[in-house]
Design a protein around this ligand. Structure first.
Ligand code: GDP
Ligand code: CA
Length: 393
């Protein structure tokens, strides 16, 4: 009998910590694990391709992450960053550690030589031995952009790279919506569809729903593959007691009109059974503005702003095709915004015991302590998620 195969949809830090537990459980049961990781945060800075979420997962699983800081390499030095600053080289707000730079140099060299990101990631993992298969959601370029008010009265709006919004502005600039530039043209990376087709369980890590999970699902065909999977799909809430455990997911959820709660995120993901009426009642920002992606397909500087060219009143943005998908929600590939949700994702939803009871029509909800304080605690969370998936281990 083939070993059990677990596919995990993951962002950076939350995804990485969760995967520590998945890997530990998989080791004890002989299961195989594939992580499908967000690339919407990726950015090219100083000529280097940086993949924050892939690196968070790779470093964490490889034992090379800085635990305290939560991102980047342990025992990091900052000489390159200081030297760049001395040249006045922009941007200065992005944390680029010396050790980290080596990863980006190897990656960029391989990408420039024509290797797809999935192959590059595999090559990097030869060093880190993460113990799970790491796949980028796509080998194509997908960038999360945040549409904000342009500075100055009545100037309309502009799209800035997610990293500029998240790091430089600490997510404090009110976001009108998120755009996953390039997602519509992107295809799932080599191995992703095959992994989903072979999955015995698909777990949605307690990652940021709006800027980690949504951009994975926005890749053309990826969400449909999850929806079509014969495996149960179980999500783990990143929100405990109405707040993110760490980070600024509350600001992302607010931007798309989703309540920052385990119930709110569960409804945002929605029931895979297709009960589309369920959970839509509390969505406030109904507008249906399917604003087209910004069209800046060069998308390489990351720190530069890109005008969307959309100066229309709120809610009357350029309507674009949803790419022929059979459902609404994030796989419109134009971003999670307004009244959109990820409708049709979940069979099961795991919430923290403090948040129970939560009821989401069409979704089986269980509760368990969801603090990933150490690997043992995280293994218990993964076990509860697999229980919910009907796979007792
Ligand atoms: P990022 O890409 O580095 O921001 O990381 P992710 O998107 O993968 O994860 C961020 C999310 O992880 C945040 O929204 C946190 O609330 C969530 N998170 C972090 N630690 C924990 C934890 O111990 N338990 C749970 N349930 N969620 C957590
Ligand atoms: Ca991230």
């Amino acid at each position: 009998m083939a070993p059990m195969h677990i596919v995990v949809l993951a962002g950076g830090i939350g995804g990485a910590r969760f995967l520590l537990g998945v890997r530990a459980l998989a080791r004890s049961t002989g299961a195989e694990v594939t992580a499908v990781v967000n690339v919407g945060d990726d950015v090219v800075l100083h000529g280097l391709r940086i993949c924050p979420d892939l690196d968070s997962v790779m470093y964490t699983l490889g034992g090379g992450a800085d635990e305290e800081r939560g991102w980047g390499r342990a025992d990091e030095r900052w000489t390159v960053k200081e030297e760049l600053a001395a040249y006045g080289a922009e941007p200065t707000w992005f944390g680029l550690g010396d050790r980290d730079v080596a990863t980006h140099l190897v990656r960029t060299t391989m990408l420039d030589a024509g290797h797809p990101l999935s192959a590059v990631t595999e090559a990097l993992c030869a060093r880190w031995q993460p113990g799970v298969r790491l796949l980028p959601a796509t080998d194509d370029r997908v960038e999360t952009h945040v549409v904000v008010d342009a500075p100055g009265e009545g100037r309309g709006e502009q799209a800035i790279h997610f990293q500029e919004w998240w790091i430089r502005h600490r997510a404090a600039l009110p976001a009108r919506r998120f755009v996953f530039a390039g997602a519509e043209q992107a295809k799932p990376a080599a191995g992703v569809l095959d992994a989903l087709a072979r999955a015995d369980a698909v777990l949605v890590a307690p990652s940021n729903p709006v800027v980690s999970i949504a951009p994975i699902l926005a890749v053309s065909g990826l969400r449909d593959a999850v929806a079509a999977s014969t495996a149960p799909v179980v999500g783990v809430s990143p929100i405990i007691g109405g707040a993110p455990v760490r980070g600024m997911a509350d600001r992302c959820l607010a931007a798309v009109g989703v309540e920052c709660s385990a119930a709110g995120v569960g409804r945002f993901y929605g029931a895979r059974t297709g009960d589309r009426t369920a959970g839509n009642g509390d969505r406030t920002a109904g507008n249906g503005d399917r604003t087209a992606s910004t069209g800046d397909r060069t998308a390489s500087t990351g720190d530069r702003t890109a005008s969307t060219g959309d100066r229309t009143a709120s809610g009357a943005g350029a309507h674009t095709s949803t790419g022929g998908h059979s459902n609404t929600g994030v796989h419109s590939n134009t971003g999670a915004h307004g009244s959109d949700d990820l409708g049709g994702l979940l069979d099961g939803w795991l919430v923290d015991t403090a948040d129970a009871p939560v009821s989401i029509p069409g979704v089986e909800v269980h509760d368990a302590p969801l603090w990933m304080t150490d690997e043992t605690a995280t293994v218990a969370i993964v076990r509860a998620a697999l229980d919910l998936a009907g796979l007792r281990r």
